[in-house]
Structure formats: C-alpha cells, structure tokens
Design a protein around this ligand. Structure first.
Ligand SMILES: Nc1ncnc2c1ncn2[C@@H]1O[C@H](COP(=O)(O)OP(=O)(O)O)[C@@H](O)[C@H]1O
Ligand SMILES: O=C(OP(=O)(O)O)[C@H](O)COP(=O)(O)O
Length: 399
C-alpha cells in the first residue's frame, strides 16, 4: 500500500462515528439467504477495531447491479442477519442510505453500535461519482474508512469521491492485507505466469485482458467470457453470453497476444443446455458449434484437460471468474476441475491467487480455499491492481 495511505491503526475511534465503505456484494440464493459470507467475514476485523476503541460504525455497500432505483431483490436488508451472525451482535438498518431516516439513525448511534445503510446503487449518483451525493453520505460520519477492496477499482461516490470530505480517511485491515498479498506477486511473478479468466462480467474484464498481455505467458479464457471469442472467430454460440460490441476488439486482442508471444488458450468443447436451469436438457459440442436456442454453460472435458495442462506447468496463477455456472450442479464440473489443477500446481510450488466474489464463493463451496495460496475478495479490483494500476479507492485515501 502507498506510504501516504494510513490504516485504521493510525486512529482512535473513541466517540467517533466511522463511515465505513465495505463490499457486501455477496451471493444470495432464491430465498435471499447469503450463500457465501466471505466478504462479510473479511470486513469484521476493521469493524471490531472501531467498536473496541469506543466508536460506532456506519456501514455502506452496494449489492448487485440495480438500475439506479430501489429493487427489493437488491436490498441490503437481506444480509442483516448474516452481518449480525458474523459480528456477534445486533445491528440497525436504515431503509435508505441518505435522507432523514439514515441521518436520524446515524445521529442516535451509540458507542459500540453498528448501522447498515441501504444499497448505495439505488441512486444512480453513486456510480456516477456525484459530488452532492457523496457529500450527503459524508455528513453521516466523522471519519471515513474504506475496506471495500472488491470495489476499489470503481471511482464511485462512496469509494473515491467521498474521501475529499474528510480530514481523517483511512484504509481498513482488509484493504491493506489484500494489497500486501497481491503485491507479493506483482512484478516478481515466477514464470510461467498464467492468468485464467472466466465469469460473466465480460464488458469490464475484456478490457483488462489487453493490459495483462504485458505480464503473463499464458492467458486462459473460459466461462461466459469465451463465447465472444468463439463468435468473433466465426463460430456459432446460440444464446450464450455475448458482448456484441466487443467482437472486433476481441480479434485485435488475439492478434496482440500473438505478437507479444502470449499463449492464448480458448475452450475446445462446451457443455450446452436448452435453458438456464439445472434440469435443462444437456449436450456436449465442439466450441463454436452451439445450435440455435442452446447456450454454453460450462467448459467440456477436453477443455478441462487442455487448461489443466498449462495450469499444472505454471509457477504463478492468477484466476478470476468461474468456468461455468458453478451454482448449478449440472454445470459445476469445469470450475471444480480447474480448482483442482490450481490446488495441485500450488502443492508443487506455484503461487496461486484467486479473486472475485463468485470465484471466492466457488473455491469455498468446493473446499479448495486452504489448498491455494491466497483467495482475494476482489475480482476486477485484483486484476486491475495486478496490471500495476493505482486503484481509485486507494488513491482517494492518500494524504
Ligand atoms: N457460461 C456461462 N454462462 C453464464 N454465466 C456464467 C457462465 N460461466 C460463468 N458464469 C457466471 O459467472 C458468474 C461470476 O462472474 P464474475 O462476477 O465475473 O466473477 P467474480 O465474481 O468471481 O469476479 C457466476 O455467477 C457464474 O454463474
Ligand atoms: O463483485 C464485485 O466485483 P467482482 O465480480 O469483480 O469480484 C464488486 O462488488 C464490484 O461490483 P461491480 O463489478 O458491480 O462494480
């Protein structure tokens, strides 16, 4: 972490209301129960430090990607009990993140108490980095703490803009330890260095790939991201995930990889389904040969082996994004197989860094967390940090 950024140990929170940006963007099931609380657990040490000092904590986060207005399925009320369980105490919840209720609850917060605000992204001003909105949030607390590593690559109102309203602005323990762990690999990665990319946030992460080309020897693309590559090469992808306006970009990327001598490895076979459901009809086809009306939901067995061979030979592995819809048992085999290969490579001496809300949930779910070198709560944030970029959420804390 930059030497000009202070951490929570530099302050005493006694009698202070700490406004803490956390990343509680956690996976929920169809009944809105938290299925993986890694990101909540990861923020607990910072919250406890504030409370132990005799301060109070006002927690703010986003959940999912609402369209700029309230949506019940993205309400942070669903995670209140999970936060209480992780913290071991009751918390208060404000049904809005700004406005009179939030102000009243924040003002009445006593030493040792915790308040969780409603989803910041119920206001489009959050993602726009709106200064007035940041100022309204800032009024709620005396001190600003950013512990949301997973969102530190976003220059949003609550992650970056808000910092200018505070004299005391510090990084939480999670933010600090994430950066320290990632820095162990940054610029001193042993080779071969392999990045494995998958998941569903194609538009964001496809842009990061280009910059990773200067760092890695091998680039493996699986998961939802791979179909844009298949289509760009003239393949048929049915109704699989696609980033239509990135087709030309992907072709350029493939040429750049070649020019830089990076080994770009794409799936050769795909598990397809006729619906986005665990009990849908399934089939296995060559990649780029997906019939109309069918979608690719996992990598196939040949691909698992192909990816595995490269992972097995790697000395540094950076993985973000599941290889398929691992939440459904029918489509989890690719993600499990890749996690196994990463664990094996780690056992024989590779350093493996796995990041992302869903990727962390997947390695937890399948029992690999203790068999890889480090699991980060950040996906996009980790990748951007690994490109050598100063994350906006960190830059905003600099004195
Ligand atoms: N082929 C696919 N089609 C649809 N969704 C996919 C596919 N492969 C992976 N996914 C989904 O990608 C999601 C995770 O993507 P992303 O948010 O980019 O990862 P992370 O949170 O680890 O950074 C998972 O919910 C998973 O179901
Ligand atoms: O889940 C997150 O990122 P990740 O999927 O890259 O791990 C963060 O909460 C950021 O969310 P965003 O990508 O909607 O800004």
């Amino acid at each position: 972490m930059s030497s000009t950024v202070k951490n929570v140990d530099s302050l005493s929170f006694a009698g202070k209301k700490a406004l803490v940006r956390v990343d509680f963007n956690v996976p929920l099931d169809e009944n809105f129960a938290v299925t993986d609380d890694t990101r909540i657990q990861a923020a607990i040490p910072t919250i406890k430090k504030i409370l132990k000092d005799g301060g109070s904590a006002i927690l703010m986060s986003h959940l999912g990607r609402p369209k700029g207005g309230p949506e019940d399925k993205y309400s942070l009320k669903h995670i209140v009990s999970a936060v209480e369980a992780a913290l071991g105490q009751k918390i208060k919840f404000a049904g809005d993140c700004i406005g009179s209720d939030a102000a009243k609850l924040a003002a009445g917060l006593g030493s040792g108490e915790v308040l969780l605000l409603e989803n910041l992204r119920f206001y489009k001003e959050e993602e726009k980095g709106d200064k007035d909105f940041a100022g309204k949030l800032a009024k709620l607390g005396d001190v600003y703490v950013n512990d949301a590593f997973g969102t530190a690559h976003r220059a949003h109102a609550s992650t970056a803009v808000i910092a200018e309203f505070f004299k005391d602005k510090v990084a939480g323990y999670l933010m600090e330890s994430e950066l320290t762990n990632a820095d162990k690999v940054l610029d001193k990665a042993e080779r071969p260095y392999t990045a494995v990319m998958g998941g569903a946030k194609i538009a964001d992460k496809i842009l990061i790939i280009e910059r990773l080309l200067d760092k890695v020897d091998n680039l493996i693309i699986g998961g939802g991201m791979s179909y844009t590559f298949a289509k760009a090469q003239g393949g048929k992808i049915g109704t699989s995930l696609l980033e239509e306006d990135k087709l030309d970009y992907v072709l350029e990327l493939m040429q750049k990889a070649k020019a830089k001598g990076v080994n770009l490895i794409l799936p050769v076979d795909t598990v397809i389904a006729d619906a986005f459901a665990n009990d849908a009809h399934q089939d296995l086809v060559s990649s780029g040969e997906i019939p109309d009306g069918w979608m690719g939901l996992d990598i196939g067995p040949k691909t698992r082996e192909l990816f595995g061979k490269t992972i097995w030979d790697s000395k540094t592995i950076l993985w973000n994004g599941p290889m398929g819809v691992f939440e459904m048992e029918s489509f989890n085999k690719g993600t499990i197989a890749i996690a196994e290969y990463v664990a094996q490579a780690t056992q024989k001496g590779a350093f493996s860094l796995i990041g992302g809300g869903d990727s962390a949930a997947a390695v937890n779910k399948f029992g690999f967390t203790d068999h890889v070198s480090y699991v980060s709560t950040g996906g996009g944030a980790l990748l951007e940090h690994m490109e050598g970029k100063v994350l906006p959420g960190v830059a905003a804390l600099a004195e």
